[in-house]
Write a protein that binds this ligand. Structure first.
Ligand SMILES: Cc1cc2nc3c(=O)[nH]c(=O)nc-3n(C[C@H](O)[C@H](O)[C@H](O)COP(=O)(O)OP(=O)(O)OC[C@H]3O[C@@H](n4cnc5c(N)ncnc54)[C@H](O)[C@@H]3O)c2cc1C
Length: 382
């Protein structure tokens, strides 16, 4: 069985790794030129029941513990005047919660676990065509094509493979503007102290100024704004951003001023809640390709769990991959639906006029069935 995985992000690499542990080979086709072709972004916290479980199935739990930064779970929530609303400190050295790990460290950990030829770099999939005898012919930009029996779309938010299964359209849910402050301890010790070892969220009306510390000593600043019809270029000037935060305490807006270079901005998008498709032989989706959600702390975790569940089904049913895919998809649709609903609600809440009160309630109300504490789209990812 020739398995092709389009996309070497967290989902695609986790899938390749777990399949190899079951002696099933798969080729990952990744559009980027190499593992270091672009910065991977900020931190992710991995949940025990999803991301960490997938890493355990990948045989990488030990490596995760040595790379993770449990102290990164510390977070402070401030109001625009700089007053502390919530200060959460994890138990020192504890792995019992949702330890943070730099996205680049996590991706390296997965890449290092695969043989060198498992990832075909610089292979941007542009089309997949069903073959009359089953499977797919794959067309890459500027590269010879390839054939496969099973195609897994792990190609992220703007998946090419998705269009073979569903015509679900993305909707624009928020704007994210990002800046990096490199070498923060030395160059901006006051800001490094303000952010602490984990996350800082400063919550205003319909807008959040967030920052997080990475393992390389940099601070990544992420500004979340409501979706608007404005040109994204509007946000590419620090002056324009500072105007948005007029009246905020200067110790907070200093995070914008300290950015190394001009801000970058992008749309945050989501697929319709409850997206599903009719099963088709030899093809499926995992991760953002299957269920792009607002970034409130679930996407990477669910992508990795998708990978683990799909790998387990394919390993249990190697002679009937279509039945394995069907079983995986049904379970995945059922698992994702409530998570997508909660993510949409959390996204709306964190950019609402009452966000500060709502978020404090999340942290101070006793945990009746555990909702995900909302995480503003801090700059952890693409
Ligand atoms: C700002 C922000 C913060 C976030 N924070 C968190 C968080 O704290 N916790 C969490 O769990 N999730 C978080 N997420 C969500 C998380 O980043 C995604 O859900 C996760 O990366 C999805 O993994 P994936 O493997 O499906 O896709 P991706 O990580 O997007 O990987 C897709 C891969 O496919 C490649 N690719 C794309 N198109 C092609 C093509 N045509 N051919 C070949 N290769 C292709 C890409 O280069 C990429 O390597 C955040 C997202 C954002 C935007």
């Amino acid at each position: 069985m020739r398995i092709a995985i389009a996309g070497g992000g967290l989902g695609g690499l986790t899938l390749a790794r777990i399949l190899r542990r079951h002696d099933i080979e798969a080729v990952v086709y990744e559009r980027e030129a190499s593992r270091s072709a672009r910065p991977q972004g900020g931190m992710l916290n991995l949940h025990p029941e999803s991301g960490q479980q997938a890493l355990a199935e990948a045989g990488l739990a030990g490596r995760f513990r040595s790379e993770a930064r449990p102290e990164g779970e510390e977070h402070r929530i401030l109001d625009p005047a700089g007053r502390t609303l919530v200060h959460h400190r994890p138990q020192p050295g504890s792995f019992s919660g949702r330890p943070e790990i730099d996205r680049s460290a996590l991706r390296d950990l997965l890449l290092d676990s695969l043989p060198g030829d498992a990832v075909a770099w610089q292979h941007r999939l542009v089309a997949a065509t069903p073959r009359p005898d089953g499977g797919f012919g794959l067309t890459f930009h500027g590269r010879p094509g390839a054939d496969c029996d099973v195609l897994v779309g792990a190609d992220g938010a703007r998946s090419v493979v998705r269009s073979l299964l569903t015509d679900a359209e993305l909707s624009y849910v928020a704007t994210l503007v990002e800046l990096t402050i490199s070498d923060a301890d030395r160059r901006h010790p006051d800001l490094a102290e303000l952010v602490g070892p984990g996350n800082l969220w400063c919550i205003g009306v319909n807008q959040i100024l967030a920052a997080q510390r990475l393992g390389d000593g940099s601070v990544r600043v992420g500004i979340s704004l409501r979706a608007a019809d404005r040109d994204l270029d509007t946000y590419r000037s620090k002056r324009a951003l500072l105007d948005l935060f007029e009246g905020w305490d200067p110790s907070l807006t200093a995070l914008i001023e300290a950015g190394d270079s001009a801000p970058t901005s992008r749309r945050i998008e989501a697929m319709p809640i409850g997206t599903r498709w009719a099963n088709q032989p030899g093809i499926t989706l995992i991760g953002d390709a299957a269920h792009l959600m607002p970034p409130v702390g679930e996407g990477a975790n669910q992508a990795m769990l998708d990978a683990a569940e799909l790998a387990a089904e394919l390993a249990a049913n190697p002679t009937d991959p279509n039945s394995a895919i069907r079983t995986y998809e049904e379970a995945m649709f059922t698992r994702i639906h409530p998570i997508a609903e909660l993510s949409a609600r959390a996204q709306a809440m964190i950019l609402s006029p009452t966000a500060a009160n709502d978020i404090i309630r999340f942290f101070t109300t006793p945990p009746t069935p555990q909702p995900e504490p909302p995480e503003p789209a801090h700059p952890s990812a693409r």
